[in-house]
Design a protein around this ligand. Structure first.
Ligand code: HEC
Ligand code: HEC
Ligand code: HEC
Ligand code: HEC
Ligand code: HEC
Ligand code: HEC
Ligand code: HEC
Ligand code: HEC
Ligand code: HEC
Ligand code: HEC
Length: 303
């Protein structure tokens, strides 16, 4: 009789231990009100955040359930009561301290759609840039949950040359807030080159400069090929975002022609009686339709 009781109680102890072991490796959800006790700052900040406002409606996740959606179940962490030597403490997940791919997975559970369709394999993803290099869930400075005061500053953290270019005399109107990097790029990945939102550079430019698309009766080959043969997309020291000052811009390709394209050359060969074509805008003063002409007599892009 005594022996049987002993065996039963031994089994009981073992069962108890097993359940405890399962318990300690398996934290449970406790809800935002528990977190609130120690993290009122995060909770208050989070209440103003898009996620707090939209998770209930879009994902049917109540405010009470929200913290643990990203941080994982927090019972053991809460029980550790702030004691970092207690193994339970570290059972809470901080996406910022996870590996880049695990961290991004936390977000992609809900966001692997829309603009993120090309995230996997994108230039950023494959170079270990994480969602949290650009977005912050509790310390964002501007919408949409950006880590810096505006989008461009967020990008300049790593792309400093672009910042330098934005300060040049001729620049895309980013400084003026009329445009964003994301007006042209999808930082989450794209099917086009260089993270462009369109499939090619020219398609990108046509999106806003539709009149340059043509069709033209007389085309200028380098324009059709790539706008960036002559322009710098982000900013330049030369007017009109030109890569090189005129007339040297044109002379890169037009050395020989039926009129001299170099200042001081013999003008006799040229019917128009051109004696000085050295002026900084000279070529385009006559060849004004540099992007293409629809005039029957515009073969030389003059009209
Ligand atoms: C009994 C107090 C207490 C409770 C309850 C509590 N935490 Fe914490 N938590 C802490 C302390 C203390 C820290 C360490 C803070 C520090 O280092 O500044 C911390 C740190 C964290 C961290 C950062 C961990 C890291 O490694 O960077 C996260 C994330 C976190 N808590 C989330 C939560 C969530 C979510 C809840 C609710 C499920 C919660 N906490 C409940 C006390 C608590
Ligand atoms: C959408 C995902 C998400 C939700 C929901 C969320 N967090 Fe966080 N939390 C993060 C991320 C990511 C970080 C890393 C820092 C950052 O991005 O701001 C973080 C960091 C923390 C930290 C570490 C200290 C800090 O400020 O960096 C604490 C504490 C924390 N969260 C508590 C909470 C609490 C409490 C809730 C619920 C009210 C909550 N979090 C809801 C994603 C989330
Ligand atoms: C449980 C699902 C869920 C998770 C996990 C989640 N989000 Fe969201 N997120 C949403 C919903 C819902 C919205 C509201 C917009 C929408 O309808 O898509 C949103 C909006 C956003 C926005 C737009 C904010 C704005 O101001 O418009 C950003 C940026 C964002 N999330 C980033 C993240 C990042 C980064 C993570 C990972 C740390 C993350 N989210 C995790 C569901 C989630
Ligand atoms: C290189 C910076 C950068 C990275 C990395 C990044 N984002 Fe964004 N994200 C932005 C910018 C800029 C915007 C606003 C412009 C836009 O909508 O494209 C944005 C907008 C968003 C939005 C709101 C608009 C929309 O597209 O629905 C969500 C949601 C979002 N990001 C989620 C994520 C998630 C999830 C990750 C990680 C997988 C991530 N982002 C990585 C810069 C970034
Ligand atoms: C944490 C650093 C970081 C941030 C922040 C960042 N990038 Fe990047 N970006 C990179 C790295 C790394 C590469 C890959 C560079 C390479 O391969 O030479 C890259 C590449 C690119 C490319 C070129 C892709 C190609 O094919 O060469 C573009 C365009 C780009 N980023 C735009 C942005 C924009 C827009 C933002 C802001 C919304 C941004 N980046 C923010 C690190 C960053
Ligand atoms: C008006 C459209 C436009 C805007 C706005 C724009 N870009 Fe670009 N960007 C381009 C084009 C077009 C290219 C492709 C250049 C090429 O093919 O060499 C490019 C290329 C890049 C590259 C890759 C450069 C390389 O040498 O491989 C990076 C990085 C980049 N952009 C970052 C940014 C950042 C950061 C911003 C915001 C500050 C920004 N861009 C704003 C159009 C734009
Ligand atoms: C998202 C819209 C948008 C895209 C895409 C775009 N641009 Fe622009 N572009 C503008 C705006 C806005 C201005 C300023 C117009 C103004 O101030 O009158 C501008 C101005 C210019 C200028 C004149 C600059 C000056 O100093 O007068 C040039 C040249 C130019 N863009 C070329 C390009 C090229 C090349 C591309 C493709 C790489 C491109 N743009 C893509 C919107 C765009
Ligand atoms: C062969 C060189 C060259 C190529 C290639 C080129 N441009 Fe230009 N672009 C110029 C020159 C030169 C000017 C200045 C014209 C002037 O001052 O009258 C200019 C001016 C502009 C302007 C501002 C003035 C205006 O006409 O609206 C825009 C916008 C522009 N280009 C867009 C484009 C786009 C888009 C492409 C590609 C489809 C492109 N350019 C290709 C040489 C070029
Ligand atoms: C990247 C090289 C390149 C640049 C830069 C360039 N062009 Fe051209 N241009 C060409 C090519 C290629 C043709 C076509 C030649 C052909 O069909 O024989 C052409 C044709 C022309 C024509 C028509 C002539 C003809 O024979 O049909 C004129 C005029 C012209 N360019 C003027 C200019 C001017 C002015 C500039 C400077 C604003 C300039 N080009 C910049 C490459 C360039
Ligand atoms: C005063 C007006 C004027 C100026 C300035 C001018 N051109 Fe011309 N250009 C013309 C005329 C007119 C023709 C047509 C000649 C013909 O059809 O016989 C022409 C023809 C051309 C042609 C095509 C014929 C050939 O010679 O192969 C090219 C290329 C050309 N110009 C380039 C340039 C460049 C580059 C510059 C600047 C360095 C320039 N032009 C400056 C008026 C001018």
């Amino acid at each position: 009789m005594k022996k049987v009781t002993f065996i039963f109680s031994l089994a009981g102890v073992l069962l108890y231990c097993a359940s405890q072991a399962a318990y300690s490796s398996d934290p449970e959800k406790v809800g935002a009100s528990t977190c609130m006790g120690c993290h009122s700052d995060q909770v208050e900040a989070f209440k103003k955040n898009t996620h707090a406002k939209t998770l209930p409606a879009v994902k049917k996740i109540s405010f009470e359930e929200s913290c643990e959606t990203c941080h994982g179940p927090g019972s053991l962490h809460a029980e550790a009561a702030g004691d970092k030597t207690n193994p339970g403490f570290a059972s809470i997940k901080n996406p910022k301290k996870l590996s880049v791919s695990e961290s991004s997975e936390t977000c992609l559970k809900c966001h692997e759609n829309g603009n993120r369709a090309f995230w996997k394999g994108s230039q950023h993803e494959s170079r270990d840039v994480s969602c949290l290099n650009c977005h912050s869930m509790h310390h964002s400075k501007t919408d949409p949950l950006m880590v810096k005061n505006n989008e461009a500053e967020t990008c300049y953290q790593c792309h400093q040359i672009r910042k330098a270019q934005s300060l040049r005399s001729s620049h895309m109107p980013l400084r003026d807030g009329k445009m964003q990097c994301s007006s042209c790029h999808n930082p989450h990945g794209s099917a086009g080159p260089k993270l462009l939102a369109q499939n090619s550079t020219n398609e990108n430019c046509y999106a806003c400069h539709a009149e340059k698309r043509g069709p033209f009766l007389w085309e200028h080959a380098p324009v059709r090929e790539n706008c960036l043969n002559c322009h710098e997309a982000h900013g330049s020291q030369h007017d009109k975002l030109l890569k090189v000052k005129r007339p040297r811009l044109c002379q890169q390709c037009h050395i020989e022609s039926r009129h001299p394209t170099t200042a001081g050359a013999d003008p006799d060969a040229f019917e128009a009686g051109l004696t000085n074509i050295g002026g900084s805008r000279a070529c385009t003063q006559c060849h004004a339709q540099i992007h293409g002409s629809n005039h029957p007599a515009g073969a030389r892009l003059q009209r």
